[in-house]
Design a protein around this ligand. Structure first.
Ligand SMILES: Cc1ncc(C[n+]2csc(CCOP(=O)(O)OP(=O)(O)O)c2C)c(N)n1
Length: 518
């Protein structure tokens, strides 16, 4: 009765040698190895191969995010190797993030042999297709998203020698696109204003994007993860200025922008939107245009655009708004935005910057210093999760000194196992900043919270009593707590990582936000 599905599953099963040959043919030379007995044959063959780099991690959810971080740093595939059972399922959040970020994360799972299917035997679960639409499983893989390879292994297998298998170059599928769509978008009907919204960009796309915007000369709502926030500062416009009067056209480059303005566009179909992005998803539920390709390639294809300029004369108003914000930051230096501004000045010494989701990325966009550019700015913006953030940062910066990452307190509590890799990554000058505002303070700003009971508020904000100094001690981090701006004077980096816990003044933060929103 179940013959057909059964045959299909048999056809998909692979041996460890087939899986290793397949993954090397795809250009994957980095592996994050997780514990277990069933995957031991995979682990020993991978570590024996002379051309492969390995990391290890005991916790698969963190391991998969760490591997995702590696793909961000290298642009190449990185594979997590897990045992069977729920170990595989732990990789789902990172697989989803890789899907929406179009990154080449590979999951290699050891499975029990075919006869164990549906038996309920220990660590025997249905692993084939476990990631559903979020991962490819075979030759149709484009390299623009995750891949799952499932190997059926007996526990006692020694395996064949795979150390001679050659490593091939990584060749993601090249996508074709129409530059004409972009040419028409920026040349016709721009009398009601054209604004660019700049989301996260790949490092390779940044130079091309800068030159394009320099020629186009239109106001830009910029995300720090574009890596161009400071270089473009004469064109930068705060989103509030644009939200007051929407332009006729918005050109989005890169990842979905953080700004509230982007969400507003759902209710304004009269604003024409064209997105150019790698994952090929519009990021809006209402109709809009899209070019699915690397931003740099599309802009190179276009050549230098004609100048459109500041058609609506928005930029003088933008200058005033930014000056007003600077005044408020000075007036409330120990508020969360105030401490963020000072932190951003200290962080100009970093060699790379990672921003966690929720308030850190938003407050950095709005309040960080605007003069000195940061190199290698990164974030996980695919599915906007607060999970796996520290692990992604550690993976992305495994070889980098002076790596700074800024995270919320709940985001940090989500990824407590992440420091398990400290002994395998560069820690010199590493600074892990936690903005500890006692829970999801982002939700405190929701008007919806006003009429709620304390119990309801707590369920949404999740305040806690965690003592982060004990966590720092557990993993050998120095710990510095900053509660006012002067405390930053004590900031000193070393060979081992620093946990910089920033605790904003609640009263100054409340006053800041009240004045800011006037
Ligand atoms: C995995 C996951 N769970 C829940 C959410 C919903 N969420 C978005 S922001 C947030 C609170 C984040 O709190 P924290 O890390 O402390 O940052 P901050 O308060 O500074 O914004 C939550 C729970 C999410 N984005 N991802």
């Amino acid at each position: 009765m179940h013959l057909l599905p059964h045959l299909r599953r048999v056809a998909l099963l692979k041996t460890e040698a087939q899986v290793i040959a397949e993954v090397l043919a795809l250009g994957c030379d980095e592996f994050v190895l997780c514990g277990g007995a069933r995957n031991a044959v995979l682990v020993s063959q991978i570590t024996d191969h002379p051309k492969l780099r390995t990391f290890r991690h005991f916790e698969e959810r963190s391991a998969a995010f760490f591997a995702l971080g590696r793909t961000k740093a290298t642009g190449l595939p990185c594979a997590v190797v897990t045992t069977s059972g729920t170990a595989v399922a732990e990789c789902l959040p990172a697989v989803i993030e890789a899907h929406y970020s179009a990154l080449p994360l590979i999951i290699i799972s050891a499975d029990r042999p075919e006869e164990y299917r549906g038996s309920g035997a220990p660590q025997a679960i249905e692993q084939e297709g476990i990631f559903n639409q979020y991962a490819h499983s075979g030759p149709d893989w484009t390299g623009h998203g995750p891949l799952h390879l499932n190997a059926a292994l007996g526990e006692a297998e020694l395996g064949n020698d795979t150390s001679e298998i050659e490593l091939s170059p990584f060749l993601p599928k090249r996508r074709s696109f129409e530059v004409l769509k972009l040419r028409e978008f920026i040349s016709g009907g721009v009398f009601k204003g054209l604004i660019v919204m700049l989301g996260g960009l790949d490092e390779d796309d940044r130079e091309e994007t800068f030159h394009f915007l320099d020629h186009l000369n239109v106001p830009v709502v910029v995300d720090v993860t574009s890596g161009l926030r400071e270089a473009l500062h004469s064109l930068v416009i705060p989103e509030d200025v644009v939200r007051r009067e929407l332009p006729g056209k918005i050109l989005r480059l890169g990842e979905v922008p953080v700004a509230r303005l982007w969400r507003d566009l759902e209710d304004h179909p009269e604003v024409e939107v064209l997105s150019i992005c790698r994952n090929g998803l519009p990021g809006l539920a209402r109709p809009s245009e899209i070019i699915a390709a690397e931003v740099g390639r599309v802009l190179r294809g276009l050549g230098d655009p004609d100048e459109v300029g500041d058609v609506r004369d928005d930029l003088p108003g933008a200058r005033k708004a930014l000056a007003r914000t600077d005044g408020l930051l000075e007036a409330y230096p120990d508020s969360e935005p105030g401490l963020m501004r000072t932190l951003s000045v200290y962080a100009t010494v970093c060699d790379s910057l990672f921003l966690g989701n929720s308030l850190p990325i938003r407050e950095w966009n709005d309040f960080a210093q605007r003069e000195v550019p940061y190199v290698n700015v990164r974030a996980n913006r695919g599915a906007n999760g607060i999970d796996g953030q520290l692990s992604t940062w550690l993976g992305a910066t495994a070889d980098e000194e002076n790596a700074w990452g800024v995270f919320g307190d709940l985001t940090t509590l989500y990824d407590l196992a992440s420091p398990a890799v400290f002994s395998q990554v560069e820690t010199s000058g590493r600074v892990l900043v936690v903005i500890n505002n006692n829970g999801g303070a982002i939700f405190d700003q929701l008007p919806r919270l006003e009429g709620m009971t304390e119990e309801q508020r707590e369920a949404i904000v999740q305040p806690h009593t965690a003592n982060l100094s004990k966590w720092a001690e557990m993993w050998g981090m120095h710990h510095l707590k900053v509660t006012q701006v002067e405390d930053f004077d004590l900031l000193e980096t070393a060979e081992s990582p620093l946990l910089l816990e920033v605790v904003p003044s609640k009263s100054q933060s409340d006053e800041f936000w009240k004045a800011f929103r006037l």
